[in-house]
Design a protein around this ligand. Structure first.
Ligand SMILES: [Zn+2]
Ligand SMILES: [Zn+2]
Ligand SMILES: [Zn+2]
Ligand SMILES: [Zn+2]
Ligand SMILES: [Zn+2]
Length: 495
């Protein structure tokens, strides 16, 4: 049986779940931390032999970091004036925390002599820190040693969410009110950070349950296949997706297709499903807003969508794109181009024009002769367009999901944006958070796009409901989600 490669989830990175089997701490299965590095925990006493081989090097490097390198981060800590009187300088705290995080990752990579894999990075990104001053338990131990006090204090945690930490009752008092009573700075359904943290933990538990179930059935799929669900129903006529929401559109069908024991909360299942469904629903919302009153796409025979910068998530969720057909009863054919260099593992995807595949559809679509074509290209989109020559057809929508174009590969993205503008291709960009959305909007404006007000930058009502904690942020404050924001949408250049 193939072994599942699972990335340790948040609780394991917080030392509150077994780093090997991910079981959360309970009276029956207590978690005790590795006595050498004190950074991660295991459910049986000490590090099980079976995991020691993989943990050994990291464990040793963590100890070295504590003995030497991380005095650098302690230095940053001492510099910090993040808490003066009874206010926290949030901006300064975030900056200092990020500096500490980068310093730690850098010296850790030096020690190991290689760059870190994602699970290793997560050990730093999600290392528990005091929400008021950013100090970690490692720093507390170093300080106790330097000051020779002999006694080390441990971080305490918010008992409601177990995800926010503080180093002293005074620092807890400083953050408590914001944490528990004020809707999160990046507003999301008016939830407080504590509520968001609890929701993330709940999602985590469901993910573990589903993965355990998959593993016990011998299904070696990865986490990407968690819940690729879309309802198998076709609507008889177009219904606006601009004035409705996840619950109204999907909760009923989800409950019907997942007969679970009475009283099972469906919300975590809906959130898990939304992580895939955000792709077709964001596309439909974008089509509707771009069309304005004309709603011309509703009457089309063929719908063409170009997904720019496509990668794993779009491939893994390609089945749920059928939801587009299911909401556009007049469409006979859906053509989705997935285009991006990360698709280079797919055979022949480097051919000009990509490689086209006929996708299977539900019985209802089959009976009605409705087709779904997926074209895969590992080219950069601007190269794809130029190599297609006069065979290129302008799509109904080009969309870049969570492109991060303002963060990485910006020059390449600019070339793509220019092609979109040169060819008057209706385009929409989404991002993980507000910061990225604002920067991306600036980039599009700089290149001359006439941004449409419907796409803000503003929240996307069809962003994934599955929230993720921003790594490395001292206060474990804020979150991001797939397609959480629209960065911008345009049909042409500004005149
Ligand atoms: Zn375990
Ligand atoms: Zn260890
Ligand atoms: Zn503190
Ligand atoms: Zn809390
Ligand atoms: Zn169908």
């Amino acid at each position: 049986m193939a072994t599942l490669v699972r990335i340790p989830p948040l609780p394991a990175n917080l030392g509150q779940a077994c780093y090997k089997c991910f079981a959360e701490h309970s009276a029956a299965k207590p978690i005790s931390s590795c006595s050498a590095c004190k950074r991660i925990g295991y459910c049986s006493k000490g590090t099980p032999l079976s995991d020691w081989a993989s943990h050994k090097r990291i464990c040793k490097a963590l100890r070295q970091l504590e003995e030497s390198g991380s005095t650098m981060s302690l230095h940053f800590y001492n510099l910090s004036k993040t808490t003066a009187g009874d206010t926290i300088n949030v901006t300064e705290l975030a900056e200092l925390t990020n500096m500490c995080l980068h310093a730690d990752v850098y010296s850790f990579e030096q020690t190991l002599g290689r760059s870190l894999a994602i699970p290793e990075r997560n050990l730093f990104a999600w290392e528990p820190r005091c929400a008021a001053c950013g100090i970690t338990e490692r720093m507390l131990r170093i300080r106790a040693k330097e000051e020779a006090t002999g006694s080390t204090t441990q971080l305490q945690k918010c008992l409601d969410c177990q995800t926010t930490f503080f180093c002293s009752p005074r620092h807890f008092a400083l953050v408590k009110k914001t944490h528990n009573t004020v809707p999160c700075a990046v507003e999301y359904n008016k939830l407080t950070q504590c509520q968001i943290n609890r929701q993330i933990r709940e999602d985590n538990r469901l993910a573990n349950l589903l993965l355990d179930a998959q593993a016990s059935m011998g299904d070696p799929s990865d986490e990407g296949s968690l819940l690729k669900w879309a309802p198998e129903r076709a609507l008889e006529e177009w219904q606006s997706v601009a004035t409705t929401n996840w619950e109204d559109q999907f909760l009923g069908d989800l409950t019907k297709s997942h007969p679970l024991p009475e009283g099972t909360p469906m919300a975590p299942f809906l959130r898990a499903a939304s992580d895939g469904l955000t792709l077709p629903m964001t596309i439909l919302f974008a089509l509707e807003k771009l069309a304005g009153d004309s709603l011309d796409f509703v009457h089309k025979d063929v719908i063409r969508i170009h997904v720019i910068g496509a990668s794993g998530p779009e491939i893994q969720n390609s089945m749920v794109f059928e939801e587009i057909l299911h909401r556009l009863p007049k469409a006979q054919r859906l053509e989705v181009l997935l285009c991006g260099p990360e698709l280079n593992m797919i055979r022949q995807s480097d051919r000009p024009g990509g490689v086209a595949m006929n996708m299977s559809t539900c019985p209802n679509c089959q009976a009605n002769d409705r087709n779904r074509i997926q074209i895969l290209s590992s080219k950069l989109y601007h190269d794809f367009v130029s190599e297609s020559g006069n065979r290129f057809t302008v799509p109904d929508l080009a969309i870049a999901f969570n492109s991060g174009s303002s963060e990485v590969e910006t020059e390449s993205w600019k070339q793509t944006m220019k092609v979109l503008l040169d060819r008057d291709i209706p385009s929409v960009f989404t991002s993980y958070n507000r910061g990225e959305a604002v920067q991306e909007a600036a980039l599009l404006t700089e290149l001359g796009a006439q941004l449409l007000p419907s796409f803000g930058p503003c929240r996307n009502p069809w962003g994934s409901m599955q929230l993720k904690i921003e790594p490395g942020f001292g206060r474990a404050d804020g979150f991001y989600n797939s397609n959480g924001w629209f960065a911008g949408g345009f049909k042409r250049r500004a005149k």
